[in-house]
Design a binder for this molecule. Structure first.
Ligand SMILES: [Fe+2]
Ligand SMILES: [Fe+2]
Length: 480
């Protein structure tokens, strides 16, 4: 048995030696029933007894972390899985750069570190709550299974953060772990901590957009935390990233298959004008302009998750060695940013201007820019599908200042193409860029479940490949 192997002999599968750590094992066992209560209450509704073809980690190395089998979701083995320890790892950035990484929480950074872990932890159950009704309208068993896979893994990500809180933060860590089960997405009194995680995910196109763009924000945050000088956090995030990649795959291919079905239906009907909305909707598919509007919503909400472009908190987290930049170790600079500048886009006197700001204060701006770049690749793949069907339309990421509630552009009224308008004109034109009630109603009307193996809803193409080399008509979820 290598150190990467997951031990299943405690009630909580783990590769962190929980059987030798009675205090933490006990704390986690105490937390477990509350978690199951939360899962039964706020997890996928109506499918808790269904057998789902899910993957679980058996080891955390490349060969063994994905093993597939049927399991009822409440019996999924949520575990504590950390990537292998790198011997001799040093803090890669900030004022402690080059010192050995911390295996315990440095006292002076305790509060900051706890807050970073709690904020990350809070997003995990939030997305499960947001997606809890979607099983009932799944466009196929394949998609339903993917939804549930994402859900159980977001549950595991909560476990990952709760382990750090309970192992390294004592009494207040346990309190935070309990609070993570008490907040609820969209609840007026006890909302989740970040805006996008309190929005509704009303339909499957929203789910696919969410997993493409909001899970990608998750990826960027995890990448930044994976650089951390606090080694247990780094190792936790490195393993979470392997799961996150699947979530973005589900989203990107989900939108891609939606786009593909629309293009196929247009081709079959001989419709060439992508703006002939009525004719296209009569085919039972989602017109491309509406798909663009959905992307506009989810990208702009996700951009807000990066926080203010200029941020003292982010600067402190960087200087302290707690949260780095995307691909920190590959960046060619001194990793301390004492005299460096970073170009930050702002609106000055009614015009966009790029201003050189101290790089250490612009950490969030940089992560957001890296995110926008990362988003482009997926969008390009969607556009290739459209081009292949000879339809004159391209999906584009909206301008970073469009529809923002946080940061530099919170008060600006900017169109997706980057035109600055006055507030009233922007509001009058909003339905050109964001889904109207009618658009939402049309999408909702398509959300009819397809529950026979191999059956797919009218608006989405089957996948190219199934899960774990199984065909597309495999019985991914056994309903009774
Ligand atoms: Fe997650
Ligand atoms: Fe995720």
């Amino acid at each position: 048995m290598s150190i990467n192997d997951v031990s299943y002999d405690t009630s909580i599968p783990n590769n962190v030696g929980l059987h030798q750590d009675r205090r933490v094992l006990k704390a986690l066992e105490k937390w477990h029933p509350g978690y199951i209560d939360w899962w039964m209450d706020m997890g996928p509704e109506s499918f808790q007894a269904a057998e789902v073809f899910l993957r679980t980690a058996v080891t955390v190395d490349i060969q063994g972390w994905a093993k597939f089998d049927y399991v009822k979701m409440p019996e999924y083995r949520w575990g504590i899985l950390l990537a292998a320890k790198e011997e001799g790892r040093t803090i890669p950035f900030g004022q402690h750069k080059g010192e050995p990484v911390w295996q315990e929480v440095p006292g002076e950074y305790r509060a900051t570190l706890r807050r970073l872990i709690v904020i990350q932890g809070d997003t995990e159950p939030a997305s499960v709550e947001q997606q809890r009704f979607l099983g009932k309208t799944a466009p196929s068993l394949y998609d339903m299974r993917n939804l549930f896979q994402v859900n159980v893994e977001e549950g595991r990500h909560l476990w990952a953060m709760v382990y750090l809180l309970q192992k390294y933060f004592g009494r207040d860590g346990r309190q935070e772990a309990d609070d993570l089960l008490a907040r609820r997405s969209g609840n007026a009194d006890r909302p989740r901590m970040l805006g996008a995680f309190n929005e509704a995910t009303p339909d499957w196109l929203s789910f696919f957009m969410f997993t493409t763009f909001t899970d990608r924000d998750g990826k960027m945050q995890l990448e930044a935390l994976a650089q951390s000088g606090f080694d247990p956090l780094s190792r936790t995030c490195r393993f979470m990233l392997t799961e996150e990649a699947h979530h973005m795959f589900v989203g990107e291919t989900g939108v891609g298959r939606t786009v593909q079905r629309t293009c196929e239906a247009m081709n079959e009907a001989g419709i060439t004008d992508p703006y002939d909305i009525e004719a296209i909707r009569a085919l039972g598919v989602i017109d491309l302009p509406t798909i663009q509007k959905k992307a506009n919503v989810h990208i702009s909400l996700s951009l807000d998750l990066f926080g203010s472009e200029m941020s003292t908190n982010a600067a402190n987290a960087f200087t302290s060695g707690l949260k780095g930049r995307y691909k920190e170790v590959n960046i060619d600079d001194d990793h301390q940013l004492i005299n460096d500048v970073y170009p930050v886009l702002k609106i000055i006197d009614g015009e966009f201007k790029t201003v050189d700001e101290p790089a250490v204060s612009a950490i969030n701006a940089r992560l957001r820019d890296d995110y926008v770049f990362d988003c482009r690749k997926g969008i390009q793949r969607w556009n290739k599908i459209i081009a292949k069907h000879n339809i004159d339309f391209t999906i584009a990421a909206p301008h970073v200042a469009f529809h923002r509630k946080i940061g530099e552009f919170a008060d600006a009224s900017v169109t997706p193409t980057g035109e600055i308008l006055d507030k009233s004109e922007w509001q009058a034109r909003a339905s050109e860029w964001l889904p109207s009630q009618e658009d939402g109603g049309y999408i909702a009307s398509l959300m009819k479940p397809a529950t026979k193996p191999g059956e797919y809803a009218s608006w989405i193409a089957p996948p190219k490949m199934g899960i774990d080399n199984k065909p597309g008509d495999y019985e991914y979820v056994k309903l009774d």
